[in-house]
Design a protein around this ligand. Structure first.
Ligand SMILES: Nc1ncnc2c1ncn2[C@@H]1O[C@H](COP(=O)(O)OP(=O)(O)OP(=O)(O)O)[C@@H](O)[C@H]1O
Ligand SMILES: [Mg+2]
Length: 397
Protein backbone atom coordinates (compact mmCIF):
# COMPACT_ATOMS: atom_id res chain seq x y z
CA UNK A 1 0.00 0.00 0.00
CA UNK A 2 1.26 3.45 -0.80
CA UNK A 3 0.34 7.03 -1.45
CA UNK A 4 0.92 8.37 -4.96
CA UNK A 5 2.18 11.86 -5.55
CA UNK A 6 2.07 13.57 -8.94
CA UNK A 7 4.16 16.68 -9.06
CA UNK A 8 3.70 18.83 -12.19
CA UNK A 9 3.38 15.65 -14.21
CA UNK A 10 3.41 16.58 -17.89
CA UNK A 11 3.22 14.71 -21.18
CA UNK A 12 3.90 16.21 -24.59
CA UNK A 13 3.67 13.58 -27.32
CA UNK A 14 6.24 13.81 -30.11
CA UNK A 15 5.12 16.36 -32.66
CA UNK A 16 2.18 17.58 -30.56
CA UNK A 17 1.65 21.34 -30.07
CA UNK A 18 -0.17 21.04 -26.78
CA UNK A 19 0.59 18.82 -23.79
CA UNK A 20 -1.77 15.85 -23.46
CA UNK A 21 -1.37 16.26 -19.69
CA UNK A 22 -0.25 19.64 -18.40
CA UNK A 23 1.47 20.08 -15.01
CA UNK A 24 -0.80 17.75 -13.10
CA UNK A 25 -0.43 18.07 -9.32
CA UNK A 26 -2.17 15.46 -7.19
CA UNK A 27 -1.73 13.82 -3.81
CA UNK A 28 -3.46 10.46 -3.80
CA UNK A 29 -3.78 9.12 -0.28
CA UNK A 30 -2.83 5.64 0.80
CA UNK A 31 -5.92 3.46 0.31
CA UNK A 32 -7.86 6.14 -1.53
CA UNK A 33 -10.15 5.44 -4.50
CA UNK A 34 -9.49 8.30 -6.90
CA UNK A 35 -11.40 8.63 -10.17
CA UNK A 36 -10.17 10.54 -13.22
CA UNK A 37 -13.02 11.74 -15.39
CA UNK A 38 -13.36 14.06 -18.37
CA UNK A 39 -14.33 14.10 -22.03
CA UNK A 40 -12.64 12.01 -24.69
CA UNK A 41 -9.05 13.08 -25.34
CA UNK A 42 -8.68 15.06 -22.10
CA UNK A 43 -5.62 13.04 -21.04
CA UNK A 44 -7.03 10.45 -18.62
CA UNK A 45 -5.35 7.40 -20.12
CA UNK A 46 -2.12 9.30 -20.67
CA UNK A 47 -2.04 10.30 -16.99
CA UNK A 48 -2.73 6.74 -15.86
CA UNK A 49 -0.13 5.30 -18.21
CA UNK A 50 2.48 7.69 -16.86
CA UNK A 51 1.76 6.45 -13.32
CA UNK A 52 2.04 2.88 -14.62
CA UNK A 53 5.31 3.58 -16.40
CA UNK A 54 3.89 2.76 -19.83
CA UNK A 55 4.38 6.29 -21.08
CA UNK A 56 7.53 8.37 -20.87
CA UNK A 57 7.11 11.38 -18.56
CA UNK A 58 8.04 14.63 -20.30
CA UNK A 59 8.12 16.78 -17.17
CA UNK A 60 7.55 16.62 -13.43
CA UNK A 61 7.63 13.54 -11.22
CA UNK A 62 5.55 10.56 -10.15
CA UNK A 63 6.20 9.19 -6.68
CA UNK A 64 4.87 5.95 -5.27
CA UNK A 65 5.35 5.92 -1.53
CA UNK A 66 8.59 7.77 -0.91
CA UNK A 67 10.16 6.82 -4.24
CA UNK A 68 10.27 8.89 -7.41
CA UNK A 69 9.52 6.26 -10.06
CA UNK A 70 10.07 8.23 -13.29
CA UNK A 71 12.94 5.98 -14.32
CA UNK A 72 11.69 2.74 -12.79
CA UNK A 73 10.23 0.24 -15.31
CA UNK A 74 6.56 -0.76 -14.93
CA UNK A 75 7.27 -4.23 -13.54
CA UNK A 76 9.28 -2.77 -10.68
CA UNK A 77 6.75 -0.11 -9.67
CA UNK A 78 4.57 -2.40 -7.55
CA UNK A 79 1.47 -1.48 -9.54
CA UNK A 80 -1.19 -3.53 -11.28
CA UNK A 81 -3.34 -2.37 -14.14
CA UNK A 82 -6.62 -3.48 -15.70
CA UNK A 83 -7.60 -2.11 -19.10
CA UNK A 84 -10.82 -1.97 -21.06
CA UNK A 85 -9.60 -4.85 -23.24
CA UNK A 86 -8.28 -7.30 -20.71
CA UNK A 87 -7.43 -10.75 -22.00
CA UNK A 88 -7.65 -13.97 -20.00
CA UNK A 89 -5.80 -17.11 -21.07
CA UNK A 90 -8.60 -19.08 -22.75
CA UNK A 91 -7.05 -22.51 -22.24
CA UNK A 92 -6.45 -22.03 -18.49
CA UNK A 93 -8.97 -22.41 -15.69
CA UNK A 94 -9.96 -19.45 -13.55
CA UNK A 95 -7.60 -20.69 -10.82
CA UNK A 96 -4.65 -20.88 -13.24
CA UNK A 97 -5.50 -17.47 -14.68
CA UNK A 98 -5.51 -16.05 -11.18
CA UNK A 99 -2.27 -17.61 -9.98
CA UNK A 100 -0.34 -17.02 -13.22
CA UNK A 101 1.50 -13.90 -11.97
CA UNK A 102 2.52 -15.77 -8.80
CA UNK A 103 3.81 -18.79 -10.70
CA UNK A 104 5.87 -16.48 -12.92
CA UNK A 105 7.25 -14.88 -9.76
CA UNK A 106 8.09 -18.38 -8.38
CA UNK A 107 5.97 -17.99 -5.27
CA UNK A 108 5.67 -21.22 -3.22
CA UNK A 109 2.69 -23.57 -3.73
CA UNK A 110 1.18 -23.10 -0.26
CA UNK A 111 1.33 -19.35 -0.56
CA UNK A 112 -0.20 -19.54 -4.06
CA UNK A 113 -3.07 -21.71 -2.84
CA UNK A 114 -3.84 -19.47 0.07
CA UNK A 115 -3.76 -16.30 -2.02
CA UNK A 116 -5.98 -17.81 -4.75
CA UNK A 117 -8.49 -18.90 -2.11
CA UNK A 118 -8.43 -15.46 -0.53
CA UNK A 119 -8.79 -13.41 -3.71
CA UNK A 120 -11.45 -15.80 -5.01
CA UNK A 121 -13.43 -15.22 -1.81
CA UNK A 122 -13.14 -11.44 -2.12
CA UNK A 123 -14.17 -11.53 -5.78
CA UNK A 124 -16.82 -14.21 -5.27
CA UNK A 125 -15.16 -16.59 -7.70
CA UNK A 126 -14.72 -19.57 -5.37
CA UNK A 127 -17.35 -21.68 -7.13
CA UNK A 128 -15.89 -20.89 -10.55
CA UNK A 129 -12.22 -21.73 -10.02
CA UNK A 130 -12.24 -24.83 -12.25
CA UNK A 131 -14.09 -23.21 -15.15
CA UNK A 132 -12.52 -21.88 -18.35
CA UNK A 133 -13.04 -18.22 -19.33
CA UNK A 134 -15.44 -19.24 -22.14
CA UNK A 135 -17.77 -20.66 -19.46
CA UNK A 136 -18.03 -17.32 -17.60
CA UNK A 137 -20.28 -14.28 -17.96
CA UNK A 138 -18.79 -10.91 -18.89
CA UNK A 139 -18.87 -9.71 -15.30
CA UNK A 140 -17.27 -12.90 -14.01
CA UNK A 141 -14.48 -12.58 -16.58
CA UNK A 142 -13.96 -9.00 -15.52
CA UNK A 143 -13.62 -10.11 -11.90
CA UNK A 144 -11.03 -12.73 -12.89
CA UNK A 145 -9.04 -10.03 -14.70
CA UNK A 146 -9.17 -7.89 -11.56
CA UNK A 147 -8.19 -10.85 -9.40
CA UNK A 148 -5.20 -11.60 -11.58
CA UNK A 149 -4.07 -8.00 -11.23
CA UNK A 150 -4.65 -7.88 -7.48
CA UNK A 151 -3.23 -11.26 -6.48
CA UNK A 152 0.28 -9.85 -6.38
CA UNK A 153 -0.96 -7.38 -3.74
CA UNK A 154 0.25 -4.31 -5.60
CA UNK A 155 0.78 -1.04 -3.78
CA UNK A 156 -1.29 0.76 -6.42
CA UNK A 157 -4.14 -0.50 -8.58
CA UNK A 158 -4.81 1.28 -11.88
CA UNK A 159 -7.93 0.78 -13.99
CA UNK A 160 -8.67 2.33 -17.39
CA UNK A 161 -12.37 2.12 -18.31
CA UNK A 162 -12.60 -1.48 -17.11
CA UNK A 163 -16.38 -1.61 -17.51
CA UNK A 164 -16.86 -0.09 -20.92
CA UNK A 165 -17.16 -3.45 -22.69
CA UNK A 166 -19.94 -4.65 -20.42
CA UNK A 167 -23.64 -4.14 -21.03
CA UNK A 168 -25.44 -1.40 -19.15
CA UNK A 169 -26.95 -3.58 -16.42
CA UNK A 170 -23.71 -5.39 -15.67
CA UNK A 171 -21.85 -2.10 -15.49
CA UNK A 172 -24.16 -0.96 -12.72
CA UNK A 173 -23.60 -4.08 -10.64
CA UNK A 174 -19.84 -4.14 -11.32
CA UNK A 175 -19.63 -0.52 -10.19
CA UNK A 176 -20.59 -1.41 -6.66
CA UNK A 177 -18.59 -4.66 -6.82
CA UNK A 178 -15.38 -2.84 -7.66
CA UNK A 179 -16.01 -0.25 -4.97
CA UNK A 180 -16.57 -3.04 -2.43
CA UNK A 181 -13.45 -4.96 -3.47
CA UNK A 182 -11.37 -1.80 -3.28
CA UNK A 183 -12.66 -1.11 0.24
CA UNK A 184 -11.99 -4.69 1.35
CA UNK A 185 -8.44 -4.67 0.03
CA UNK A 186 -7.80 -1.05 0.93
CA UNK A 187 -5.48 -0.67 -2.05
CA UNK A 188 -4.69 2.81 -3.42
CA UNK A 189 -6.68 2.94 -6.67
CA UNK A 190 -6.76 5.27 -9.64
CA UNK A 191 -9.74 4.62 -11.89
CA UNK A 192 -10.27 6.21 -15.29
CA UNK A 193 -13.71 6.65 -16.81
CA UNK A 194 -15.52 9.06 -19.07
CA UNK A 195 -18.78 8.05 -17.39
CA UNK A 196 -19.60 10.62 -14.76
CA UNK A 197 -22.07 8.35 -12.99
CA UNK A 198 -19.24 5.87 -12.40
CA UNK A 199 -17.04 8.71 -11.24
CA UNK A 200 -19.61 10.06 -8.81
CA UNK A 201 -20.67 6.72 -7.35
CA UNK A 202 -17.26 5.09 -7.00
CA UNK A 203 -14.69 7.70 -6.09
CA UNK A 204 -13.65 8.94 -2.65
CA UNK A 205 -12.54 11.92 -4.67
CA UNK A 206 -13.02 12.75 -8.32
CA UNK A 207 -10.55 14.54 -10.57
CA UNK A 208 -12.08 16.38 -13.52
CA UNK A 209 -9.71 16.91 -16.44
CA UNK A 210 -10.25 18.95 -19.59
CA UNK A 211 -7.71 19.46 -22.35
CA UNK A 212 -4.95 18.03 -20.16
CA UNK A 213 -5.68 20.52 -17.38
CA UNK A 214 -6.91 19.77 -13.89
CA UNK A 215 -10.30 21.44 -13.42
CA UNK A 216 -11.20 20.34 -9.91
CA UNK A 217 -10.46 17.58 -7.45
CA UNK A 218 -13.06 17.03 -4.76
CA UNK A 219 -15.40 14.49 -3.16
CA UNK A 220 -18.45 13.79 -5.39
CA UNK A 221 -20.93 15.94 -3.43
CA UNK A 222 -18.65 18.92 -3.47
CA UNK A 223 -18.14 18.58 -7.22
CA UNK A 224 -21.90 18.53 -7.68
CA UNK A 225 -22.81 21.26 -5.25
CA UNK A 226 -19.84 23.57 -5.68
CA UNK A 227 -18.37 23.14 -9.14
CA UNK A 228 -15.20 25.23 -9.28
CA UNK A 229 -15.77 26.52 -12.79
CA UNK A 230 -18.16 26.56 -15.74
CA UNK A 231 -16.64 23.43 -17.26
CA UNK A 232 -17.17 21.28 -14.18
CA UNK A 233 -20.65 22.76 -13.72
CA UNK A 234 -21.64 21.74 -17.23
CA UNK A 235 -19.84 18.40 -17.24
CA UNK A 236 -20.98 16.90 -13.94
CA UNK A 237 -24.70 16.15 -13.67
CA UNK A 238 -27.24 14.63 -16.03
CA UNK A 239 -29.27 16.27 -17.45
CA UNK A 240 -26.59 18.96 -17.46
CA UNK A 241 -26.83 22.13 -15.41
CA UNK A 242 -28.62 24.98 -17.23
CA UNK A 243 -26.01 27.70 -17.74
CA UNK A 244 -26.58 31.10 -19.27
CA UNK A 245 -24.97 34.51 -19.35
CA UNK A 246 -27.02 37.43 -18.06
CA UNK A 247 -26.73 40.88 -16.61
CA UNK A 248 -26.82 41.05 -12.85
CA UNK A 249 -28.51 44.13 -11.41
CA UNK A 250 -28.12 45.04 -7.78
CA UNK A 251 -31.01 47.14 -6.51
CA UNK A 252 -31.24 48.78 -3.11
CA UNK A 253 -30.98 46.65 0.03
CA UNK A 254 -29.17 43.89 -1.84
CA UNK A 255 -32.19 42.80 -3.85
CA UNK A 256 -30.45 41.34 -6.91
CA UNK A 257 -31.97 40.39 -10.22
CA UNK A 258 -30.87 38.31 -13.18
CA UNK A 259 -32.29 39.17 -16.59
CA UNK A 260 -34.16 36.36 -18.35
CA UNK A 261 -35.17 37.96 -21.66
CA UNK A 262 -37.99 40.33 -20.79
CA UNK A 263 -38.41 38.77 -17.35
CA UNK A 264 -36.21 38.77 -14.27
CA UNK A 265 -35.21 36.29 -11.62
CA UNK A 266 -34.88 37.55 -8.07
CA UNK A 267 -31.69 36.64 -6.24
CA UNK A 268 -32.15 36.37 -2.46
CA UNK A 269 -30.50 39.29 -0.59
CA UNK A 270 -28.50 36.97 1.67
CA UNK A 271 -26.86 35.39 -1.39
CA UNK A 272 -26.11 38.82 -2.85
CA UNK A 273 -24.44 39.88 0.36
CA UNK A 274 -22.75 36.52 1.11
CA UNK A 275 -21.15 36.38 -2.33
CA UNK A 276 -20.65 40.13 -2.51
CA UNK A 277 -22.44 40.13 -5.87
CA UNK A 278 -22.78 43.91 -5.86
CA UNK A 279 -19.33 44.01 -7.49
CA UNK A 280 -21.03 42.55 -10.59
CA UNK A 281 -23.70 45.26 -10.74
CA UNK A 282 -24.71 45.81 -14.39
CA UNK A 283 -22.17 43.22 -15.51
CA UNK A 284 -22.63 39.88 -17.21
CA UNK A 285 -22.34 36.78 -15.06
CA UNK A 286 -22.65 33.15 -16.03
CA UNK A 287 -25.52 31.78 -14.00
CA UNK A 288 -26.35 28.12 -13.49
CA UNK A 289 -29.20 26.08 -12.11
CA UNK A 290 -29.59 22.30 -12.04
CA UNK A 291 -32.69 20.71 -13.58
CA UNK A 292 -33.56 19.39 -10.10
CA UNK A 293 -33.89 22.95 -8.81
CA UNK A 294 -36.59 23.89 -11.32
CA UNK A 295 -40.22 23.09 -10.59
CA UNK A 296 -43.50 23.26 -12.47
CA UNK A 297 -45.20 26.07 -10.52
CA UNK A 298 -48.61 24.94 -11.74
CA UNK A 299 -48.28 21.42 -10.35
CA UNK A 300 -47.89 20.51 -6.70
CA UNK A 301 -44.51 19.82 -5.08
CA UNK A 302 -43.43 23.42 -5.51
CA UNK A 303 -41.41 25.15 -2.83
CA UNK A 304 -43.50 27.28 -0.51
CA UNK A 305 -40.69 29.40 0.94
CA UNK A 306 -41.04 32.46 -1.27
CA UNK A 307 -37.70 33.87 -0.14
CA UNK A 308 -36.06 31.02 -2.02
CA UNK A 309 -38.09 31.05 -5.19
CA UNK A 310 -38.59 33.14 -8.26
CA UNK A 311 -40.94 32.28 -11.10
CA UNK A 312 -40.77 33.01 -14.82
CA UNK A 313 -43.11 32.12 -17.64
CA UNK A 314 -41.65 29.95 -20.36
CA UNK A 315 -42.81 27.94 -23.34
CA UNK A 316 -42.52 24.19 -22.94
CA UNK A 317 -40.86 22.67 -26.00
CA UNK A 318 -40.59 18.99 -25.06
CA UNK A 319 -41.97 16.68 -22.40
CA UNK A 320 -40.30 13.37 -21.56
CA UNK A 321 -42.27 11.41 -18.97
CA UNK A 322 -39.94 8.90 -17.33
CA UNK A 323 -42.37 7.61 -14.70
CA UNK A 324 -40.59 8.78 -11.58
CA UNK A 325 -39.97 12.22 -13.06
CA UNK A 326 -40.91 14.41 -15.97
CA UNK A 327 -38.08 16.01 -17.92
CA UNK A 328 -39.33 19.23 -19.53
CA UNK A 329 -37.44 21.37 -21.99
CA UNK A 330 -38.45 25.01 -22.15
CA UNK A 331 -37.48 28.25 -23.81
CA UNK A 332 -36.39 30.62 -21.05
CA UNK A 333 -35.80 33.57 -23.38
CA UNK A 334 -32.02 33.40 -22.99
CA UNK A 335 -29.35 31.37 -24.78
CA UNK A 336 -27.78 28.59 -22.83
CA UNK A 337 -24.01 28.51 -22.51
CA UNK A 338 -22.69 25.12 -23.59
CA UNK A 339 -19.33 23.87 -22.49
CA UNK A 340 -16.98 22.68 -25.19
CA UNK A 341 -17.40 18.97 -24.61
CA UNK A 342 -17.69 16.55 -27.53
CA UNK A 343 -19.48 14.01 -25.34
CA UNK A 344 -22.18 16.56 -24.55
CA UNK A 345 -22.38 17.77 -28.11
CA UNK A 346 -23.49 14.32 -29.18
CA UNK A 347 -26.44 14.79 -26.91
CA UNK A 348 -27.34 18.30 -28.00
CA UNK A 349 -27.00 17.78 -31.73
CA UNK A 350 -23.37 18.44 -32.56
CA UNK A 351 -21.39 21.61 -32.82
CA UNK A 352 -23.70 23.18 -35.37
CA UNK A 353 -26.91 22.07 -33.70
CA UNK A 354 -29.27 24.56 -32.11
CA UNK A 355 -28.54 25.73 -28.58
CA UNK A 356 -30.69 23.49 -26.42
CA UNK A 357 -33.47 24.83 -24.28
CA UNK A 358 -33.49 24.86 -20.50
CA UNK A 359 -34.22 21.52 -18.87
CA UNK A 360 -36.26 20.99 -15.72
CA UNK A 361 -36.70 17.76 -13.82
CA UNK A 362 -40.27 18.03 -12.60
CA UNK A 363 -42.28 15.86 -10.26
CA UNK A 364 -44.37 13.18 -12.00
CA UNK A 365 -47.51 15.12 -11.08
CA UNK A 366 -46.56 17.80 -13.60
CA UNK A 367 -48.85 17.73 -16.61
CA UNK A 368 -46.87 20.37 -18.52
CA UNK A 369 -47.22 19.72 -22.25
CA UNK A 370 -45.16 20.86 -25.23
CA UNK A 371 -46.58 24.06 -26.67
CA UNK A 372 -47.97 25.38 -23.37
CA UNK A 373 -46.68 28.51 -21.65
CA UNK A 374 -46.06 27.54 -18.06
CA UNK A 375 -44.85 29.17 -14.86
CA UNK A 376 -41.49 27.67 -13.92
CA UNK A 377 -40.32 28.05 -10.37
CA UNK A 378 -36.57 28.51 -9.87
CA UNK A 379 -35.13 27.55 -6.50
CA UNK A 380 -32.97 30.67 -6.47
CA UNK A 381 -31.28 29.63 -3.23
CA UNK A 382 -29.49 27.07 -5.40
CA UNK A 383 -28.22 29.27 -8.20
CA UNK A 384 -24.55 29.00 -9.18
CA UNK A 385 -22.58 32.07 -10.29
CA UNK A 386 -19.43 32.13 -12.40
CA UNK A 387 -17.24 35.03 -13.39
CA UNK A 388 -17.50 35.56 -17.16
CA UNK A 389 -13.86 36.48 -17.56
CA UNK A 390 -12.23 33.69 -15.57
CA UNK A 391 -14.98 31.08 -15.75
CA UNK A 392 -14.42 30.51 -12.02
CA UNK A 393 -17.13 30.05 -9.43
CA UNK A 394 -17.97 33.26 -7.58
CA UNK A 395 -17.13 32.66 -3.94
CA UNK A 396 -16.71 34.92 -0.96
CA UNK A 397 -13.67 37.08 -1.57
N1 LIG B 1 0.56 7.79 -28.60
C1 LIG B 1 0.11 9.02 -28.83
N2 LIG B 1 0.73 9.87 -29.67
C2 LIG B 1 0.30 11.12 -29.88
N3 LIG B 1 -0.81 11.65 -29.29
C3 LIG B 1 -1.47 10.85 -28.44
C4 LIG B 1 -1.07 9.50 -28.18
N4 LIG B 1 -1.95 8.97 -27.29
C5 LIG B 1 -2.85 9.94 -27.04
N5 LIG B 1 -2.58 11.07 -27.72
C6 LIG B 1 -3.32 12.35 -27.65
O1 LIG B 1 -3.24 12.82 -26.32
C7 LIG B 1 -4.50 13.36 -25.89
C8 LIG B 1 -4.98 12.62 -24.67
O2 LIG B 1 -5.25 11.28 -25.01
P1 LIG B 1 -5.74 10.21 -23.95
O3 LIG B 1 -5.74 8.88 -24.60
O4 LIG B 1 -4.96 10.36 -22.71
O5 LIG B 1 -7.23 10.71 -23.70
P2 LIG B 1 -8.41 10.06 -22.83
O6 LIG B 1 -8.85 11.12 -21.87
O7 LIG B 1 -7.98 8.75 -22.27
O8 LIG B 1 -9.57 9.87 -23.91
P3 LIG B 1 -10.65 8.68 -24.09
O9 LIG B 1 -11.78 8.98 -23.14
O10 LIG B 1 -11.09 8.84 -25.51
O11 LIG B 1 -9.98 7.35 -23.83
C9 LIG B 1 -5.42 13.25 -27.09
O12 LIG B 1 -5.41 14.47 -27.76
C10 LIG B 1 -4.78 12.16 -27.92
O13 LIG B 1 -5.08 12.35 -29.29
MG1 LIG C 1 -8.57 6.76 -22.57
Amino acid sequence: MAAVHLNNMTKVYDGADEPAVDSLDLEIDDGEFLVLVGPSGCGKSTALRMIAGLEFITGGTVSIGETVVNDIPPKDRDIAMVFQNYALYPHMTVARNLDYPLRIAKVGTDEINSRVASIARTLQLTELLERKPSQLSGGQRQRVAMGRALIRRPAVFLMDEPLSNLDAKLRVSMRSEIARIQRDLDVTTVYVTHDQVEAMTMGDRVVVLNGGHLQQVAPPEELYNKPANVFVAGFIGSPAMNLWSSTFVNADNNAGTIAMGQQTLAVPPEIVSDLNLSRYHNKELTVGIRPDDLHDAEADMVLSDSSKTSTVKAKITLREALGSEVICHFDAGVERVMIDDPDLQDVVGGEDGPTPDFVGRFAPSSDAQAGQTRSIQFDVSRLHFFDNETGLRVTVS
